[in-house]
Design a protein around this ligand. Structure first.
Ligand SMILES: Cc1cc2nc3c(=O)[nH]c(=O)nc-3n(C[C@H](O)[C@H](O)[C@H](O)COP(=O)(O)OP(=O)(O)OC[C@H]3O[C@@H](n4cnc5c(N)ncnc54)[C@H](O)[C@@H]3O)c2cc1C
Length: 450
């Protein structure tokens, strides 16, 4: 029986998977609902959550694929440069020809023989193909997370996923709910176009400047990672020295330590607060017509509410049991393998500060290594599976106590994660020349219920 795999999605993760499988000589077909590669970086992709003013948040050199440096000197290129980068990447490695574009996968179902039936809609009608396994790389930032609020708002309510350009804010009294990276970018857009911009926040945030000591902030301290507690101690003080205390700009004091939630890489927001262009409001209590009441007893009048409330994981074409969903997210070994090893593999289900596309590519290498072992050294693949189901899973937190929020449920520390992926790859490659096996868990073990 010929082994053939399917990849769903042509974003950075799907392209990583295609490249890693190609390098490993594994046969695959790939499916993309949109017209081209680039994933959410292609603003023309109907599922894209990109907006006109968006730039890379992590810096170019820490984000790009190692084997394909970006043809740009900008430290934080715009989404236009990035979509071109992915097109160049796909063309350079002849990956584009493996993709069926305008083909939306609608179902991935397990057959009695353990293979997977993939069904998709194409412009010419529905298709169905059988595969040994399927790699899901359909993105994690597309399905809006919309919280429920008390009362009714009579103005317009929009999620950031529908925000494309500052023109949508022109002349309006805007309230942005949430101050994540997108919320802060949009607030900065808004001060130049809206009648007024205010932000309602539930908790405090840590703001990292794009540049520290004249260099992209995330390029510093790239060597051996500092222990969590030391890094938190040092970086908190460095940030205080560079950006000041966000509390002085109107934000609540964070009720968690730095890096226990995703940091905000945006100091323009603080500039605009300092200039009086923006105002921070408390958490929402209720809506009443055009009035929003806040938890601190204050209220304001608005035309547009922009929900910067994040995204929810969504794999709508596959049964939840097949992905071992546990609470907010699938519980997968290294965020990739369902513990049943049923032939599904998840790419890109990692949130992390600084993991970049190279980190996603390393996930793809791990999948390719496992698939190669299944064919060339089945006893090694079997041994790997046995260890995953019987041994403790690696701790991917890097020693940070992440906030117990939906968006943090699949958050990892980039150094811990990449180290664990490397260990798993070595374990799959088998014993070295001295006959010693790489342990599956190198970092501090922590028992995680599968
Ligand atoms: C404003 C913004 C800024 C960001 N900045 C950074 C940054 O600086 N650094 C960083 O590392 N990350 C950043 N990200 C995160 C971003 O998610 C990743 O960079 C990257 O795009 C994830 O790639 P992906 O391939 O997993 O998902 P996506 O890019 O979302 O691609 C998924 C693809 O799957 C396709 N698809 C979905 N469902 C189906 C289906 N049923 N059938 C067929 N195709 C389907 C979609 O059309 C899409 O093309 C940012 C995100 C946003 C929104």
């Amino acid at each position: 029986m010929e082994h053939r795999y399917a990849i769903i999605g042509a974003g950075p993760s799907g392209l990583s998977a295609a490249r890693a499988l190609q390098k490993a000589g594994i046969a695959f077909d790939a499916y993309e609902a949109s017209k081209s590669v680039g994933g959410l970086w292609d603003i023309e992709n109907p599922r894209s959550t990109m907006y006109e003013s968006a730039h890379l948040i992590s810096s170019r050199t820490t984000t790009e694929f190692k084997e394909f440096p970006m043809n740009s000197t900008a430290d934080y290129p715009s989404h236009r440069t990035l979509v071109q980068y992915f097109r160049d990447f796909a063309n350079h490695f002849n990956l584009t020809e493996h993709f069926r574009f305008e083909t939306k996968v609608t179902a991935v179902e397990r057959e009695d023989d353990g293979r997977w039936m993939l069904r998709a809609d194409t412009p010419d009608g529905a298709i169905a193909e059988r595969y040994t396994g399927v790699i899901l790389a359909n993105g994690t930032l597309a399905e809006p997370h919309v919280p429920a609020f008390k009362g009714d708002f009579s103005g317009e309510i929009m999620h950031t996923s529908a925000y494309k350009s500052a023109k949508q804010l022109a002349g309006k009294r805007v309230l942005i709910i949430g101050a994540g990276n997108s919320g802060c970018d949009i607030a900065v857009d808004g001060v130049h176009h809206a009648a007024s911009v205010e932000m309602s926040v539930r908790r405090g945030y840590y703001f990292v400047p794009r540049y520290l000591f004249g260099k992209p902030a995330d390029t510093l301290n790239q060597g051996k990672p500092l222990p969590a507690r030391i890094k938190q101690f040092v970086d908190k003080r460095v940030l205080r020295a560079f950006t000041g205390d966000p509390v002085n700009f109107g934000f609540p004091k964070p009720d968690y330590k730095i890096y226990e939630s995703h940091p905000i890489v945006n100091t323009l927001i603080l500039n605009h607060l300092g200039q009086g262009d923006l105002q921070i409001r408390a958490d929402i209590d209720r809506f009443d017509g055009s009035t929003v009441h806040f938890r601190d007893g204050s209220s304001g009048e608005y035309d547009l509410i922009l929900l910067a409330t994040g995204y929810t994981l969504d794999y709508p074409f596959v049964a939840r049991e097949a992905l071992n969903w546990t609470g907010w997210s699938p519980k997968l070994f290294l965020n990739v393998f369902p513990p049943s090893f049923n032939g599904l593999y998840v790419m890109g289900m990692i949130e992390a500060s600084g993991i970049g596309w190279q980190g996603r590519y390393e996930q793809a290498e791990l999948i390719a290594e496992y698939l190669r072992a299944c064919e060339d050294a089945p006893e090694r693949a079997e041994h790997f599976r046995a260890r995953v189901t019987t041994e403790p899973w690696p701790d991917l937190t890097g020693g940070y106590k992440y906030l117990g929020l939906e968006r943090m449920s699949f958050y990892v520390n980039k150094d811990a994660y990449r180290g664990a992926v490397r260990s798993a790859v070595s374990a799959l490659r088998g014993p070295d020349v001295h006959g010693t096996r790489t342990p599956l868990v190198k970092v501090q073990p922590k028992r995680v219920k599968a």
